[in-house]
Design a protein around this ligand. Structure first.
Ligand code: ADP
Length: 284
């Protein structure tokens, strides 16, 4: 990587999310799944928040609502103080919030450069030549200049995910929503991906909402790790990560890292046991 990874993060001035007492019920008249209940979380502008919790506790539900893909049943979510999701607001995806999922979403028939420039050109945010200049600058930042003419099928999963994150950031969103983007990766690819994501975070200071199952990943990347309860999900605990930035892998063995990890293991394990028991009750 050729960017200055030792520069302090310059956090964006906007992109604050306020999740206030949110309840989400899927199909209230039918199956009636209460996915979220009394869920509240404050995310400051430019803050990197990781969310962990048992499968099915409502993490993706919360992300999808933030993305504007679904309604809340009660409560509200504000973006920089303005209503983003309320029971009366029509869900509205927008270029101010971009999602990167675990499953890739690059156009297989377009090159990397074409993939990255597609959004801002189609949305008329940039003309083709300005989009290409910006795309090249961002690709260079994460060491991908040499693949701008490659097609997604020619790239490793780690490279594809890096391209997707750049494609998301080139639109200059306020918030980056990441739903387990590195889940299926092997350890080496995953740790390289962490470095690239932190590199881009250091450079842009965007607000990041990051879902993961991996507690070490959560601590290593985030400013704050929020633990969700078993379904119906709410935030049970939000732990500040006071490790300095830039982060590096030596920190994984630090006292502070291990202290945070044991606190999180305890909190998540308790919820996993509850989820397991609830599953057994549902099956009985
Ligand atoms: P997580 O991301 O934490 O694994 P999800 O947000 O995907 O959890 O799901 C929370 C709960 O809501 C789960 O019980 C899931 O089965 C349920 N759920 C998710 N989407 C729907 C839907 N469209 N209709 C009904 N139930 C759903």
């Amino acid at each position: 990587m050729n960017a200055n990874n030792s520069a302090p993060v310059c956090r964006a001035a906007d992109g604050a999310l306020s999740v206030r007492d949110v309840t989400k019920i899927y199909d209230p008249e039918g199956v009636h799944v209460v996915a979220l209940e009394h869920c509240s979380l404050e995310i400051a502008a430019g803050e990197f928040v990781a969310v962990v919790g048992p499968s099915g506790c409502g993490k993706s539900t919360l992300l999808n609502i933030m993305a504007g893909f679904d309604y809340v049943t009660h409560g509200e979510i504000l973006l920089d103080g303005a209503p983003l999701a309320t029971p009366d607001t029509r869900p509205r995806p927008g270029s101010d919030r971009v999602v990167v999922f675990q499953q890739g979403a690059l156009f297989p028939w377009k090159t990397v450069l074409e993939n990255v420039t597609y959004g801002p050109v189609v949305q008329k945010q940039l003309d083709q030549s300005a989009a290409e200049t910006k795309a090249r600058e961002m690709l260079a930042r994460v060491g991908l200049s040499n693949i701008e003419k490659s097609y997604p099928g020619q790239l490793s999963s780690g490279m594809q995910r890096r391209v997707e994150i750049i494609r998301a950031l080139i639109n200059d969103p306020k918030v980056l929503l990441l739903d387990e983007p590195f889940r299926a990766m092997d350890t080496v690819t995953k740790s390289a991906s962490h470095e690239y994501l932190l590199e881009l975070y250091n450079a842009t200071g965007k607000t990041i909402f990051f879902i993961t199952h991996d507690l070490e990943e959560a601590i290593f990347l985030a400013d704050k790790v929020a633990v969700m309860t078993t379904r119906p999900g709410h935030i049970k605990l939000a732990i500040s990560v006071d490790l300095p930035r830039p982060r590096n892998y030596r920190m994984l063995a630090s006292q502070e890292f291990l202290r945070l990890k044991s606190q999180l293991v305890e909190a998540v394990h308790e919820e996993a046991v509850k989820a397991f028991q609830a599953g057994e009750r549902e099956m009985a």
